[in-house]
Design a protein around this ligand. Structure first.
Ligand SMILES: C[S@@+](CC[C@H](N)C(=O)[O-])C[C@H]1O[C@@H](n2cnc3c(N)ncnc32)[C@H](O)[C@@H]1O
Length: 296
């Protein structure tokens, strides 16, 4: 009979084989395409610095990135200041290794020495304590039961300093649970070495939503110039959580207060203005992204 470790290795191998099959001859690495179309670590870094300074009056120096994947945000953080430190936590070793092999070589030795990566379940790590812990790109929605989410928030509470912050993003809006595929053309993507990625399309596939359980399955596909497609390059099976539910769970986990920040609207460009401000109410239209900031 197979032990649980052997079963988990087989599952991981099957997953890797499935991801490879889905690439259908696309040569570009899926992590490079993901970084170019989904991530903006520079914006997160600016938000973290500004928010921490306004809460504590001092500069932020240590962060922990939960569900860090390739640790792109950790890399951005240590580049931003010579005294900055980052801890990245992710349960998937191959993804952490990809970051180590493909992103870290473009950091200086000193920058690399200020990043620590842990291959672990985020609910099992409480040390070293950091000034700001973050969970970006809705990754914590993997916890679909109230008890699981509460346990994660309790761990987060124990993992930050007395005046630290726990920051996560949350998406919502009238379109956020619609079954739909949105396509965006990406023309400005670059690889970690600075070389340009040829234009491609990013497809965000909100594939199914069950209004009874709140469970949602989403996929990311990429379509390259010439028509080659990388199907289901990434997949997510989440529960959709709302701001009041998250707020209540954070207070239950021991946080004393929760602030919500969203962007404003620019009437001239007819787009969001890119500036996140603390709000008590905002228009629930289309789809929006908020930063949730929990304070001990
Ligand atoms: C959507 S990716 C997030 C990547 C990155 N945070 C970002 O902003 O784009 C989700 C990551 O969560 C990791 N993950 C899932 N469950 C986890 C857990 N319980 N503990 C640690 N990492 C986990 C996966 O391995 C995956 O790399």
């Amino acid at each position: 009979m197979l032990g649980s470790e052997s079963v988990s290795i087989i599952i991981k191998k099957n997953k890797a084989a499935k991801a490879k099959k889905n690439q259908q001859g696309v040569k570009e690495d899926r992590h490079n395409l993901y970084a170019a179309s989904v991530q903006c670590p520079e914006a997160d870094v600016e938000f973290f610095k500004k928010t921490f300074k306004s809460h504590t009056g001092r500069p932020l120096r240590s962060i922990r990135e939960d569900f860090c994947g390739t640790a792109a945000l950790c890399a951005e953080w240590v580049k931003d200041h010579e005294h900055n430190h980052a801890l990245g936590v992710d349960i998937d070793r191959p993804t952490l290794t990809w970051g180590r092999e493909n992103i870290f070589p473009y950091l200086t030795e000193d920058e690399q020495s200020r990043i620590e990566l842990k291959c672990e379940d985020v609910r099992k790590v409480i040390d070293p304590k950091v000034e700001l812990l973050c969970a970006q790109n809705f990754s914590y929605w993997i916890f679909t039961e109230r008890e699981e989410m509460l346990r994660y928030f309790q761990t987060a509470r124990q993992s930050i300093t007395d005046d630290g912050l726990f920051v996560m993003d949350l998406m919502g809006g009238t379109e956020s649970t619609e079954v739909d595929v949105q396509t965006r053309k990406i023309t400005d993507g670059v690889r970690p070495d600075g070389s340009k990625i040829p234009a491609f399309s990013y497809l965000w596939d909100q594939n199914s939503y069950n209004p009874i359980t709140g469970k949602m399955s989403c996929y990311i596909h990429f379509k390259m110039r010439g028509g080659k497609k990388m199907n289901r390059a990434f997949e997510y099976h989440w529960r959709v959580w709302t701001l009041p539910e998250i707020n209540e769970l954070l207070l239950e986990a021991g946080f004393k207060g929760v602030d919500v920040y969203t962007e404003g609207w620019d009437d001239e460009t007819d787009e969001t203005d890119g500036v996140f401000r603390m709000r008590k109410d905002f228009d629930h239209e289309g789809s929006w992204i908020a930063y949730v900031v929990a304070k001990p």
